[in-house]
Design a protein around this ligand. Sequence first.
Ligand code: 6PG
Length: 505
Amino acid sequence: VLCDIGFIGLGVMGKNLVLNLADNGFNIAAFDLSDEKVQSAIAQDELENTTGKQRVFGCSSYTELLSQLKAPHLIVLSVPAGSPVDQVCENLIGAGIQPDDIIIDTGNSLWVDTVAREEKYKSNFLLFSSAVSGGEVGARFGPSLMPSGSPYAWARVKPIWEAIAAKVDATTGKPLERTNPGEIIEEGEPCAAYIGPAGAGHYVKMVHNGIEYADMQIICEAYHVLRSGLGLSTLEIADIFEKWNSGPLDSYLMEISVEVLRQDCSDTNTPLVDLILDKAGQKGTGLWTAMSSLEVGCPAPTIAQAVYARSISSFKALRVEASTQLNGPVVTELSAEEKAQQIEQLHDAIYCAKICAYAQGFQLMKLAAKEHGWTLDFASIAKIWRAGCIIRAVFLQSITEAFERNETLENLLLDRFFIEQLNERQLNWRKSICSATMQGIPTGALSSALAYYDSVRTEVLPANLLQAQRDFFGAHTFERVDKPAGKKFHVEWSDEKRQTIQIDG
Ligand code: 6PG
């Protein structure tokens, strides 16, 4: 039999996507540079397959892979971002791939690389991209998929992607769980929607990851405040997070944090988290989001701060040294009542900071779309993040509704639901940051979000003084609030009279 899909790259994500595709009735020709990985995927499928028919067929070369596929060939790549994607593309050209064949890149490629690749390979094959979020479990039982590129390719990929994607209940917006091999979910809305032309899908996934960084950092700061500021045990923190996870903070990242905090290290009987070295890793997508926000000129301080927080964590030796030299505040013992109050305030601080981080991410996508000529549907993007992906949360339903109310919404902070939430909770947010500051606990993400919130809601910022400074040393000119917009003024600062002169018109 000829297979429906060719699959290249059988790491954890790749293998699980293969099994997911197989569960949904597609036959796969699978290839990896490591034959062991090919055999492991076949063995795993045999173990989980209840159909009695072979679904995954191993290939030992690119040529064999192409020969096993129905034409036009559809090939999915799950290889690391960067040069491995190009190497596979070149190898497939060498093996005889055809111009109407489709290659889908599911990795976390940098979006500009995707745009360049689509152009570079357009006479050889159609490059389609579809970032995948959800980690290994998502890949196996339903990821969130962000497809983009040729609409012709999307028409072919759509039924496959909608079958394997996570599903949500259309009325409640809640995920429809699928946890067993062989199980498929046909009802519900699939978390796979066409994003736009080449690059748009990878850009959206990059911002998803930037938000993921911010979300994770906000939870980590809350943990830090509870652990070091309030002196709670990991199990007590897990209980608090569990309670929070049943309200507006209900999210996958909160849920896994509860599990992590309850995990003991089997050989020492201490909480595992206490034994994990506090140096964070990163693969680049958060950094790319922060860099893009600077390039586009869209403030995303909470996302950038989350990247900085990972960087500063990696300076372990410096921190150890500084901890013995630099003073923090003298901390006073808190009463049980004060602790309870601070816990409540922290809850609101997390929620408000989270709203700001998402507001930053969505506005960034909006401005980038304008710059690159994409038409992004933000309600649809929020919808496909409601299940399957790492940032999935109840909260995404509120974002979906905000963009459904107003598809041209400039910033989430101007949506009536979020205005109400922020107005109600902003005072607790401030108090929480004050307490953490007086306890010497760094809360870069929580506080950068508050500064963002206060900047956005401040009618007159001190940029008036800044403009005057620029004019003083560099004759950079300024506009005046009492004159028509666009008119430029300058002061002859070196002249005794210091007269303001109009520069143009
Ligand atoms: C996802 C994740 C996934 C991966 C990140 C982690 O959506 O499934 O975002 O893509 O876990 O790349 O990135 P860091 O290693 O940079 O934390």
